[in-house]
Design a protein around this ligand. Structure first.
Ligand code: UD1
Length: 360
């Protein structure tokens, strides 16, 4: 049973790694990894392949950057010949990036079943490109593999076939647990010269970094926090292009980190401030307080059960959330099925979907 698994951007790779290990060890599957090349810098792609032990992709489409339309169009154009040559039994896509939607669309139009990992997440904010990618991918998927229970509710409401909707847990947390010990021993703090307590910042969402006024409000809030706690900020290329002017001395801009170093830095942070989707989940799994610099989240379990707080995106809302956090830090608990076994459940669900016994 040949399966194409698609990755394109940084947050895809940690979800694919445990799945490639699990499916790769099942003799009934032939795995064909496709990298669209949506992310191409070594710091966002190659380093992650090495850190996560991902196999060399069978196909690299090298689509590169561009407007959403251009990037998605390039993915459609370049993925179709791969489908025609490989003739897979199914295509598995993960997450919510342009590569997820692009490859799902090509597969479906060729009559090939689409498996969506991380199905059903909804921010209900249609100004986010990822929300459009989630809605459109789920509209044409055949098997929905779900990370948290809110996904089951959304898919049921949207009319997805319940027998094709499976709560498998969180592949990103499989990777986190698999690499945690190695990450804790990475020595990243010594290399960065960090001696005492610190916080960690990540920021790349267009809504936060594309408007200079918006970005200035956020950096001003970060300056207020950094006055009491040094903040380390690995800067995404998108954000690097936009950060200008004087930044406070205690807000340390550093190059993007590989997976092992990033997890090492995150695992000992006092607090994480982020607009990422996956980091909300990783901090919840690690029990580290997270302030999410957004007004909504498609991962509500991180707020209802985990350590996440929505801090908004204005200077005042972020500082208010910071004060709430320092007055009463959230304890949180690890959500159901975020236990390092999601890849096994994915494989079993995929076997059942294709009518194979799920027992192996
Ligand atoms: C993409 C995803 C987002 C995910 C993020 C993680 C979509 C719609 N967005 O956003 O969901 O959270 O990845 O990082 O798919 N660039 C480089 N090197 C690269 C890639 C990009 O310098 O390897 C620069 C380019 O100038 C590019 C910009 O970063 O224009 C944005 O990259 P893009 O892939 O369009 O979106 P991300 O912001 O990375």
């Amino acid at each position: 049973m040949k399966l194409i698994c698609v990755g394109g951007a940084r947050p895809n790779f940690m979800k694919l790694a445990p799945l490639c290990r699990e499916l790769g060890s099942d003799p009934d599957f032939g795995l064909c990894l496709v990298h669209t090349g949506q992310h191409y810098d070594d710091s966002l792609s190659g380093q992650f392949f090495r850190d996560l032990g991902l196999p060399v992709p069978a196909h690299s489409l090298e689509v590169g950057s561009g407007s959403h339309a251009m990037q998605t169009a390039e993915i459609l154009r370049r993925f179709e010949p791969v489908m025609l040559a490989e003739q897979p039994a199914g295509v598995l896509v993960v997450g919510d990036v342009n590569s997820t939607l692009g490859c799902a669309l090509v597969a479906k139009k060729l009559g090939c079943p689409v498996i969506h990992v991380e199905a059903g997440l909804r921010s209900f904010d249609r100004s986010m490109p990822e929300e459009i990618n989630r809605l459109a991918t789920d509209a044409i998927s055949d098997l929905f593999l779900v990370t948290e229970e809110s996904g089951l509710e959304h898919l049921a409401r949207e009319g997805a076939d319940a027998s094709r909707t499976v709560f498998v847990g969180n592949l990103m947390i499989d990777s986190l647990y698999f690499h945690l010990e190695q990450a804790r021993g990475s020595g990243v703090q010594q290399r960065l010269g960090i001696a005492g307590p610190y916080g960690l910042v990540t920021l790349h969402r267009p809504a936060n970094v594309d408007s200079p006024a918006q970005l200035a409000g956020i950096t001003s809030a970060l300056a207020g926090i950094a006055a009491g706690l040094p903040l380390y900020f690995p800067v995404h290329p998108r954000t690097r292009q936009r950060l200008a002017g004087e930044l406070p001395a205690n807000l340390h801009l550093i190059e993007p980190l590989g997976y092992i170093d990033f997890v090492g830095l995150m695992s000992a942070a006092r607090v994480v401030l982020t607009d990422s989707g996956g980091i909300q989940e990783e901090t919840t799994a690690l029990g580290i307080p997270c302030l999410t610099l957004r007004d909504n989240t498609e991962r509500p379990v991180t707020v209802t059960e985990g350590t996440n707080r929505l801090a908004g995106t204005s200077r005042d809302s972020i500082l208010a959330a910071w004060r709430e956090h320092t007055a009463s830090p959230k304890q949180g608990r690890v959500p159901r099925f975020w236990d390092g076994q999601a890849a096994r459940r994915c494989r079993q669900a995929i076997r059942r979907f294709f009518g194979m016994s799920s027992g192996k």
